[in-house]
Design a protein around this ligand. Structure first.
Ligand SMILES: *[C@@H]1O[C@H](CO)[C@@H](O)[C@H](O)[C@H]1NC(C)=O
Ligand SMILES: *[C@@H]1O[C@H](CO)[C@@H](O)[C@H](O)[C@H]1NC(C)=O
Ligand SMILES: *[C@@H]1O[C@H](CO)[C@@H](O)[C@H](O)[C@H]1NC(C)=O
Ligand SMILES: *[C@@H]1O[C@H](CO)[C@@H](O)[C@H](O)[C@H]1NC(C)=O
Ligand SMILES: *[C@@H]1O[C@H](CO)[C@@H](O)[C@H](O)[C@H]1NC(C)=O
Ligand SMILES: *[C@@H]1O[C@H](CO)[C@@H](O)[C@H](O)[C@H]1NC(C)=O
Length: 393
């Protein structure tokens, strides 16, 4: 028997209350280390996710965050797992069935694998949803299709109760995936961007939490951890000032679709390299690296003496050189935010070190991914449409 299956079965009998967290942990441990080439493969999908052909905005309603009155209900502190420094995800229940989800500020849909997704089960080993086992399940049947940095998924829309820690959202619309072309460490995705870009045309879970008065404040915040399978946490409905140094610097969202803002610059001041003088950027927890226009990325990679490998399309750095590389600086809202080379270089077990600067020909904005999140506390305010940033503890 597959050891992973054995552990899952064991959990059913042994880890009653804690099953949830244990399952997610074990799942991670038994996955194969992804080859660095996955980073390259993700490029064409990132292009589709953000490029000219990407996600056409739908007619869904604008955010209604009328969180003003009444008693303060709650917040959920969602523990995250860190898979290879590039994938962060946490546990969740849909119709009382456990799944692991990536919390993605670069999309607005929730989806999980359906029981009839054979790739999800056989190839990816994901948990799948059994509609017949949920009393709160409501079928809808409308078809949907989404393209992400990690691949494509398609299926039908449905509604059920979705629980994250102690918060339970009633009648949450989501995608039930019956086809996927890529596997991930997590089962599904929970989008945290604005409702207008939802491709399933369902109100995103965080907006449901606000509407159903399940959270104290219309904010959520990420505290990612590096170099350990403990990936940190996501607080839905709050923040925790002991997880960052000093105070948050806020930058306004410039377009309420994704978490788009104006970045002052990015570069290596110590090596006289400064790119992007007031350019558009997107804060995206669902992208692993820092992605930008080809010319800028080439310049950054040259400054760290990374060598382009035309076989896999990635920029490689000798692992022994990491500690000699300069600190990266991002200018946002008049402040400097630093990223150490230990964070912007992704080290794989086979002594392959990949630069965290990835280009995407034709894009004219930057995607600020987990490389940045791993060193900074990020607060997303859906009412005041702003992002708070501080150095994480
Ligand atoms: C999977 O199940 C859904 C819902 O029951 C159905 O609409 C869809 O056609 C099925 N897809 C496949 C590939 O069997
Ligand atoms: C299915 O969902 C769509 C999109 O939210 C909605 O317009 C439609 O009315 C729903 N259909 C059913 C049968 O619930
Ligand atoms: C805030 O984070 C600190 C450090 O992890 C933790 O000890 C504390 O319990 C957290 N506070 C709240 C209110 O969650
Ligand atoms: C950010 O937005 C708020 C509210 O719309 C506005 O008052 C403030 O001046 C803006 N800040 C900057 C730096 O543009
Ligand atoms: C380039 O990448 C390929 C495939 O990952 C690898 O086999 C090869 O060793 C790399 N070349 C160099 C010069 O590092
Ligand atoms: C990860 O942790 C190990 C052991 O604590 C340490 O030697 C290493 O430098 C750390 N790596 C990074 C990238 O921080």
């Amino acid at each position: 028997m597959n050891p992973r299956v054995a552990i899952l079965l064991l959990c059913v009998f042994v880890c009653v209350s804690d099953a949830f967290h244990r399952i997610a942990m074990q799942r991670h441990r038994h996955r194969k280390l992804p080859h660095a080439r996955h980073l390259w493969a993700s490029r064409k999908h990132i292009r589709r996710k953000f490029g000219v052909t990407a996600a056409v905005a739908t007619t869904a309603a604008a955010p209604q965050s009328s969180s003003s009155t009444t008693s303060a209900p709650s917040e959920a502190i969602e523990p995250l797992f860190n898979a290879y420094e590039t994938q962060f995800y946490g546990p969740c229940l849909v119709g009382n069935q456990p799944f692991t989800l990536q919390f993605d500020t670069g999309s607005s849909d929730l989806w999980i694998p359906n029981a009839n997704c054979s790739t999800c089960i056989k190839t990816c080993g994901n948990a799948v949803f059994q509609a017949a086992k949920s009393k709160s399940f409501v079928a809808n049947g409308t078809a949907f299709k989404i393209t992400y940095g990690i691949g494509k998924v398609s299926g039908v829309i449905a509604t059920d109760t979705v629980s994250i820690e102690q918060i339970s959202i009633k009648n949450q619309g989501f995608g039930l995936v019956s086809q996927t072309d890529t596997c991930s460490s997590f089962d599904g995705v929970l989008g945290l961007a604005y409702p207008v870009v939802s491709l399933t045309e369902q109100k995103p879970p965080f907006y449901q939490m606000i509407e159903q008065k399940l959270v104290d404040q219309p904010i959520f915040s990420f505290h990612l951890k590096s170099n350990t399978s403990d990936g940190g946490s996501l607080i839905l409905g709050g923040s925790n000032s002991s997880l960052y140094h000093g105070s948050l610097t806020y930058v306004n969202v410039t377009q309420q679709k994704l978490w788009k803002f104006t970045m002052d610059y990015i570069g290596f001041p110590s090596r006289k390299c400064r790119r992007c003088n007031g350019c558009n950027a997107i804060m995206d927890s669902g992208t692993s690296l820092l992605v930008g226009p080809t010319e800028d990325i080439t310049q950054l990679n040259r400054k760290i003496d990374a060598k382009y490998n035309s076989t896999n399309g990635l920029w490689e750095v000798p692992c022994a050189r990491i500690t000699h590389l300069p600190v990266l600086e991002l200018g946002i809202a008049g402040k400097k935010f630093l990223v150490r080379p230990q964070e912007y270089i992704i080290a794989y077990e086979d002594n392959v070190c990949i630069s965290g600067f990835m280009d995407l020909a034709g894009i004219n904005f930057w995607i600020i991914g987990d490389v940045f999140f791993r060193e900074h506390y990020l607060l997303f305010d859906v009412e005041q449409n702003r992002i708070g940033i501080a150095r994480a503890t």
